[in-house]
Design a binder for this molecule. Structure first.
Ligand code: GDP
Ligand code: IMO
Ligand code: MG
Length: 434
């Protein structure tokens, strides 16, 4: 039997609108699973006049009868998690062991990871990556190093935790003093804080891999929620200006502990233009009035750090590459309403490198390519109340059709505003879009 599962991933450099689409699909899912990244993510869900910015908690949390899972591939920050849970509970959202599970094998972001992220970026000066300072890179580095890693299960055993923290923090204090002349961390305070955090979170800690494999065997619907965007993938993105985990659909099996065939229907999320936060190549960037127009109209400021996002035209070379990488079945085209009011809209349809057309997309060449643009006529109408494709202006429909053609995939969803109702389904193959 064909799996009913779905995977929602970002096809650009993040903030494509994954949160809105995960929320739309969560109502018909039994599990919503974060499999990569950590509190570097900022996923927005708008319900009526309320806006929720979720960082670690999956976007199924606003629906009843959904088990939200923070899987093994996540860099889990217990301090952020406890704050986020409390913030949501204060707004009337139910969160408990019956709707949130945290993998016992997820890596824990410790205070030294956040400190190292900051210190390392300061030291890199104009070479810096522009991270979110959430300790993501240092946490995954320690995962690969093994002996200096802490996992969620360690938080639950006071004796092991105390030993680990003393051992690791002593090493980190020496490194920070030598490299950055930093003051030593207060090890006793860390032991106390993390023992408490472990106690608070312990009812939700589970063997989430076994839980999800069981769900898959029993044909219960699982929705995998990507963090970041595929161009930030540690293997396939614009390295070194990437994040430190496998964020494409290729990261789902390893990051959630499920067989590859559990990935299901892959929905690729893209903006009608492109944004990027942090440093690194961005061929279609418009550091000019057009970029400013998009930033202002699209409210393009980071959900996690508040930084202004860099803005530019849609790059179909990027989106074709990331769609092929993840085997995207259909596209969700977001924030189309933001482009209203532009006389002309450009789409990057090819690159040249040293004067020759690039045939095979190579993320390593991104800083050196020239864009070949096609110009389409814009539209002036406000799209935010359109409910059906036919209600969109002809030029907006032509833009969608051209995107579909260049990326060689159907555009199953068009989004014209942050709200739940501002979503146009266009012969989508996604089951259960609500
Ligand atoms: P994510 O990280 O991929 O979940 O995306 P973010 O939440 O960081 O950024 C997307 C932003 O666009 C959020 O503020 C959303 O509320 C908003 N948004 C989503 N879809 C639309 C849309 O179709 N139109 C507009 N104007 N805003 C949207
Ligand atoms: P969502 O899930 C946009 C970017 C940072 C930086 C790079 C590395 O909301 O789409 P990191 O802190 O991960 O080491 O930073 O990755 N970045 C994101 N940009 N949206 C995100 O998440 C991001 N998560 C990380 O800005 O350039
Ligand atoms: Mg975001």
């Amino acid at each position: 039997m064909e799996s009913k599962n779905a995977t929602v991933i970002g096809l650009q450099w993040g903030d494509e609108g994954k949160g809105k689409i995960v929320d739309a699909l969560a109502g018909t899912s039994r599990y919503v699973v974060r499999y990569c990244g950590g509190a570097n993510a900022g996923h927005t869900v708008t319900v009526g006049s309320e806006r929720f910015a979720l960082h670690l908690i999956p976007c199924g949390i606003l629906h009843k009868d959904v088990m939200n899972v923070i899987a093994n591939g996540v860099a889990f920050d217990p301090e952020v998690a406890v704050d986020e849970i409390k913030g949501l509970q204060d707004r009337g959202v139910h969160i408990g062991a019956d709707n949130l599970s945290i993998s016992s094998t997820a890596q824990v972001v410790m205070p030294w990871h956040k400190q190292q992220d900051l210190l390392s970026e300061q030291q890199l000066k104009d070479q810096k990556i522009g991270t979110t300072a959430r300790g993501i890179g240092p946490c995954y580095s320690d995962k690969a190093n093994r002996s200096t890693a802490v996992r969620v299960a360690d938080l639950l055993d006071e004796k092991t935790l105390t030993q680990k923290i003393r051992f690791i923090a002593t090493i980190k204090n020496r490194i920070f003093a030598a490299l950055y002349e930093a003051e030593p961390m207060d090890i006793d305070a860390i032991v106390e804080q993390y023992t408490r955090l472990g106690r608070d979170l312990s009812p939700m800690v589970r063997n989430t891999g076994a839980m999800l494999r069981d769900a898959f065997d029993n044909a219960q619907r699982i929705l995998f929620e990507g963090g970041q965007g595929s161009m930030l993938d540690v293997d396939h993105g614009t390295f070194p200006f990437v994040t430190s985990s496998s964020v494409s659909a290729c990261g789902v099996p390893g990051g959630a502990g499920v067989p590859p065939k559990a990935v299901g229907h892959v929905v690729g999320i893209l903006k009608a233009y492109t944004t990027r936060v942090g440093a690194g190549p961005f061929p279609t960037e418009q550091d000019n009035d057009t970029g400013e127009y998009i930033r202002r109209k699209g409210k393009e400021f980071g959900t996690t750090t508040g930084r202004p996002r860099r803005c530019g035209w849609l790059d179909t070379c990027v989106v074709k590459y990331t769609s092929d990488l993840s085997g995207v079945d259909e596209l969700a085209l977001m924030l189309l309403d933001v482009l209203s009011g532009l006389d002309e809209i450009k789409i990057c349809k090819a690159y040249t490198y040293k004067g020759k057309t690039v045939k095979d997309f190579d993320p390593a060449l991104m800083g050196q390519v020239e864009c070949v643009y096609e110009t389409l006529p814009g539209w002036s109408e406000d799209l935010t109340n359109c409910k059906r494709l036919e209600e969109l202006p002809a030029n907006a429909r032509s833009y969608i059709a051209r995107i579909s053609e260049l990326i060689d995939r159907p555009v199953g969803i068009v989004s014209v505003g942050p709200g739940r109702k501002q979503t146009i389904a266009n012969q989508t193959q996604i089951e259960g879009l609500t």
